[in-house]
Design a protein around this ligand. Structure first.
Ligand code: HEM
Length: 417
């Protein structure tokens, strides 16, 4: 196949915009329901109530944005067009309905009967996604390290959501005679580390150098990280399912080493950056990696000493500190690029076209960054000290700052020079 310009193979703007707008919508919804979870402080992490929040946030916001970004980036990374755009639209609507049913059913015991239906819709939509990605891979010529990460992460997604469906059916029908926590542990490791983290690791190697203008850095840490994380997730899943503590612990070690190598790789990239200016993107990235390192260290302590409150604190910093900051920082870059490419790229050379940074209100993005940052720290301390007041104060501040994200998304989408 003759090499086309990578961006020419990207899917239509309309498709990616579906996922980005829905992701922003669920970000706002999660921000508004978060303060109402103050009663769960000090309780169990694995519970239907927490599952309603974690799935609303992870499936509605995190995965929605990841899916949209993958449809844009996979053709660029693999240098081949997506197998089917129709699949991607079908996936979107099934996913939207399924995840809404699932989160609602988790939150309301009376509606638990909706859980199997919602789960099945989400499961089918994810199967469509993974099949679409695998069929896209069949013409691949260049197995770059990012391509390897994305491929393996999709295998983990398929396996881990299969565990999720089994756990969901069991919650309603109660047909399994085993400790369901073991299946849920394998599910969590598979989706969070196997899919979300592996995708971020693979894609970061493309996006972070591109936006920070870094090159000439060593890629060995992320290459080694690939083997540690893949083997780590497999061992953890086997250990968790078979109740083999040592296998599970070796799996945790493998995952931790890979996350450490990822942090080191990001440091290598950032230290060779040419663009030294700390704009809203760079601030978001630095904060997100700080949250990442702190949450992993806290998680390690909680695992070693069995401190569940500390685990919830680390998990919160990982979800609402690391993931949210990383994603919002990239929305401010990716969305303007998509709008620019669709609206202004045909005009290049014919008339003056805007710069990408003109399409975001920098002052609003800056305010949003600091307000969200402060809200996240305060609410996280609310979890650590089991203080409802701190948690509510921090999450209300976060909810208000979510409007600033929404404002910038609207500004970018409506931008006309
Ligand atoms: C078809 C898709 C999925 C189904 C059916 C599903 C189902 C479940 C079920 C039944 C539980 C246990 C809840 C409980 O014990 O009350 C659970 C836990 C969990 N799942 Fe999923 N899940 C799915 C996808 C995902 C994805 C994609 C993610 C992350 C990106 C995720 C993250 C989690 C987390 C963090 C937990 C543990 C915390 C908690 O109980 O809230 N799940 N899932």
């Amino acid at each position: 196949m003759g090499k086309q310009l990578a961006t020419e193979m990207a899917p239509p703007f309309n498709l990616v915009a579906h996922y980005m707008i829905a992701g922003a919508f669920f970000y706002i919804v999660t921000s508004f329901v978060l303060p109402f979870y103050a009663d769960e402080l000090g309780g169990y992490f694995v519970s239907s109530t927490i599952a309603s929040l974690s799935h609303l946030y992870l499936l509605g916001f995190v995965m929605m944005i990841i899916f949209g970004a993958m449809y844009q980036l996979v053709p660029v990374i693999l240098e081949i067009p997506l197998f089917s755009k129709d699949f991607a639209y079908i996936q979107f609507y099934l996913y939207l309905i399924g995840l809404s049913l699932m989160s609602y059913a988790f939150a309301h015991e009376k509606f638990l009967f909706l859980l199997p239906y919602g789960s099945l819709l989400v499961y089918i939509s994810m199967l469509i996604f993974t099949v679409n990605i695998f069929l896209t891979y069949r013409n691949i010529e260049n197995w770059s390290i990012s391509a390897k990460y994305i491929f393996v992460s999709n295998i983990f997604l398929f396996i881990a959501v299969s565990f999720g469906v089994v756990a969901a059916f069991n919650l309603f029908y109660g047909f399994l005679d085993v400790d369901i926590l073991r299946i849920v542990s394998a599910h969590m490791a598979g989706v969070l580390i196997g899919y979300v983290m592996m995708t971020i690791m693979g894609v970061s190697l493309i996006l972070i150098p591109m936006f920070s203008l870094s090159h000439g850095f060593d890629e060995k840490p992320i290459e080694r990280g690939f083997y540690f994380v893949s083997i780590g997730v497999v061992l953890y899943m086997i250990g968790a399912l078979k109740e083999l503590f040592w296998i599970e612990a070796i799996g945790v070690l493998g995952m931790l080493i890979s996350l450490g190598l990822f942090a080191y790789q990001m440091w290598l990239i950032f230290s060779t950056r040419i663009r030294k200016q700390n704009d809203f993107w760079a601030k978001n990235m630095m904060a997100s990696f700080a949250f990442f390192i702190v949450s992993i260290v806290i998680f390690l302590f909680s695992y070693l000493f069995g401190l569940s409150n500390l685990g919830m604190f680390g998990g919160y910093l990982f979800f609402f500190g690391f993931l949210a900051t990383m994603i919002i920082g990239h929305i401010y870059k990716i969305l303007p690029f998509l709008v620019w490419y669709q609206r202004y790229s045909p005009l290049v050379g014919k008339q003056k076209v805007p710069m990408l940074n003109d399409m975001v209100v920098e002052r609003v993005a800056d305010w949003q960054f600091w307000i969200t940052f402060a809200g996240t720290i305060v609410s996280a301390f609310g979890i650590l000290f089991t203080s409802g007041v701190l948690f509510i104060a921090g999450t209300v501040v976060m909810a208000l700052s979510a409007f600033l994200v929404l404002y910038n998304i609207y500004y970018t989408l409506a931008y006309r020079k």
